[in-house]
Design a protein around this ligand. Structure first.
Ligand SMILES: Cc1cc2nc3c(=O)[nH]c(=O)nc-3n(C[C@H](O)[C@H](O)[C@H](O)COP(=O)(O)O)c2cc1C
Length: 425
């Protein structure tokens, strides 16, 4: 009897130990099993690596991503120059300092030594080829600004030019110089940062998805994908009492739907030309459409000739935007390839599907486009046929005006749930 309290205490201790163990193991399994944890931590399709499975590959600079920046400098003679630099990064917060490592053999090195100033210009994907040129050709062999059609602007605060066309430019004054071996690192204190306001979000941050910066990885350049998570937020998937406000799995944009909903009829264009590469890709997207019995009864006339666009505008009262734009695609039915008899009219649906593909592809490329109808108005068909020299069996379905949008035209939300019925009328 004397041992009963001891026994009870022992039982209680065992129960507590078991409970604590259960709580602990449950806590551990929470992260493994919740969809939240899986959605964030187990993204991608890569097999889980067992610790220690990595192989050694020697000395490699495989930090990722690396920036691809363009450094602006003046020569002692005042000649503006640019060069590409990837060995760069922020090295201090207060004051804000950025280090850039240059080989002494570059012209830019001598320029920075002389002026103790430089600018950093962040290219968007639009300027990828310019950036690559600045990294392969020396300013000793010619004026890179002139060769690339870029505009040097004298720095507001430092003795270095920045690139007008690039979305972000940073003015820096050299405050430290460190000889590292092959490269000399110039540490610049940031005096001012300039950004094209179209890339500035209302909360003062950079619209990275719109800017489309470039990452350099050894032999290649890569783009950035959609936002994956928010800083000081996504870590909360590991907390039991907090949840992130932004979850990639839930908010990752479906780019196809986004393009579909953003498509609009664009009738206002900047006048900037559309490249043949873009027009070819648009026609290719048209040819990706489904067709009845896979007949592909189509023909496409891509137009980038001013006089031809104006000629079409002369005969198509509803296609006056052709005078403003620089390109068009005429989607035509080819009756020699169409199905016979009653099924011949399927060409209209086939070519309409191709047209919609072209409109969506244009939207996805940042271009604007509008479908202007030709068939079945026979007068219009005849006039377009004459202007383009089309043979009799080629029927123009429409003329799609294509160009760079001014931004005036906006998409409409046409969703009307009342028009959706389920299973029968
Ligand atoms: C993607 C890329 C990154 C580069 N990064 C650097 C770098 O960090 N430091 C450097 O000295 N050269 C770098 N270069 C090479 C220089 O940009 C190149 O030598 C350039 O022609 C020098 O121009 P300049 O003589 O007009 O100054 C890079 C080139 C490329 C294409």
């Amino acid at each position: 009897m004397k041992n009963i309290p001891v026994l009870l205490n022992l039982i209680l201790a065992v129960v507590i130990v078991v409970l604590v163990y259960q709580i602990q193991t449950r806590k551990e399994s929470v992260h493994v099993e919740t969809p939240l944890y899986s959605a964030v931590v187990k993204q991608g399709n890569i097999d889980d690596n067992q610790a220690g499975d990595k192989i050694s590959v020697g000395v490699r600079g495989w930090i990722m991503p690396k920036p691809a920046l363009v450094i602006g400098t003046y020569g002692e003679d005042g000649q503006p120059n640019i060069m590409t630099a990837a060995w760069a990064g922020i090295v201090n917060s207060h004051p804000l300092k950025i280090g850039v490592s240059l080989r002494p053999a570059t012209l830019s090195f001598g320029n920075i030594m002389a002026t103790k100033s430089f600018t950093i210009n962040v290219p968007s994907v639009k300027y990828m080829a310019h950036m690559d040129y600045a990294g392969n050709i020396s300013g000793r062999d010619g004026d890179k600004f002139a060769a690339l059609g870029l505009t040097p602007i004298r720095g507001e605060y430092v003795n270095a030019p920045y690139i007008k066309e690039f979305p972000i430019s940073i003015e820096l004054e050299v405050t430290e110089t460190i000889n590292l071996g092959s490269h000399v690192q110039f540490i610049g204190t940031v005096i001012d940062t300039k950004i094209d306001p179209q890339f500035l979000k209302s909360d003062g941050s950079v619209d990275v998805e719109k800017l489309q910066p470039i990452s350099y990885e050894g032999n290649s350049y890569y783009g950035f994908g959609p936002m994956l998570g928010k800083q000081s937020d996504i870590y909360k998937v590991f907390m039991d009492d907090m949840e992130p406000s932004f979850l990639p799995e839930l908010s990752k944009a479906n780019q196809t739907l986004e393009t579909i909903y953003n498509r609009k009829s664009v009738r206002n264009f900047t006048g900037e030309s559309v490249s043949r590469q873009h027009l070819t890709e648009l026609v290719r997207s048209g040819m990706a459409a489904p067709t009845a019995v896979d007949k592909r009864p189509w023909a496409f006339i891509a137009i980038d000739d001013r006089a031809t666009l104006d000629n079409l505008a002369d005969v198509l009262p509803y296609a006056q935007m052709l005078r403003q734009t620089t390109a068009a695609i005429v989607v035509c039915g080819d009756l020699h390839k169409a199905l016979p008899d009653d099924a011949q009219a399927y060409w209209v649906q086939d070519c309409s599907a191709a047209t919609q593909n072209i409109l969506l592809a244009a939207e996805s490329m940042g271009l604007g486009a509008v479908w202007t109808g030709v068939h079945p108005i026979t007068d219009r068909e005849e006039l377009v046929k004459q202007k383009l020299g089309l043979p009799q069996h080629i029927i123009p379905l429409n003329v799609i005006a294509i160009g760079h949008p001014t931004g005036i035209d906006k998409p409409k939300d046409k969703w009307n749930p009342e028009l959706l019925r389920w299973n029968s009328w």
